[in-house]
Design a protein around this ligand. Sequence first.
Ligand code: MF3
Ligand code: CO
Ligand code: CO
Length: 248
Amino acid sequence: MINIKSDREIDLMKQAGHLNYLTHEEIKKHLKVGITTKELDQLAHDFIIKNGGVPSCLGYDGFPASICISINDEVVHGIPSNRKIKNGDIVSIDFTVRLNGYESDAARTYIIGNVPNEIKDLVKNTEQALYEGLKEVRPGARIGDISNAIETFAHKHGLSVVEELVGHGIGSDMHESPDIPNFGARGTGPILKEGMVLAIEPMLNLGGKEVCMLEDDWTIVTTDESPSAHFEHTVAVIKDGYVILTGE
Ligand code: MF3
Ligand code: CO
Ligand code: CO
């Protein structure tokens, strides 16, 4: 069953999403060569709490930090550590913030210093793939329309699509129905309705689509060690399309 949220609930979720946005902006200010991923995690944790939110990744299924930081060939769910950010890294930051009893979920990938053009394109095109998916969001459209738009755009730009991890509905729970794969056929899957809230999140690789999990039981990496990028927004389906909840 796909949850329909009232206007009031969507307004509360927008407040949660805005705090998620502000936290991303705070992290961005400190994301420089030499800072450790643990330091970034700590400042995000403190910022969320200071603003009345809950860093809801912390403890989720036993996840040991407030934000996921995934570098280069790490796709998602990287655990903050004493690893220092260095020139040439691409750094994906993904986390949820809980406020007013509702979750918000957003991810961005940053380029640190100088990277080859093909990696710049990977990051730019993964962000654009998210927007290609979002363009499909309106009442009456199908989940498969979003999936297909992302997949088509990724393949057009020579990128592969991670299949094991998917976007999702979101509300008082971080992960609600439906699943939103980043590949699939148009005209298939659940029909979108006004009041649904979705977290759409393409994860695209420069090399092959295969991924595996590290021994920490969390970090997902590309099997061929090629770089991977990830962008995510939480959006509500509204009368004439969608509204991004994890924005300004
Ligand atoms: N933010 C992730 C998602 O996009 C989930 C994070 S898993 C956690 O669905 F354990 F870190 F919470
Ligand atoms: Co996320
Ligand atoms: Co998500």
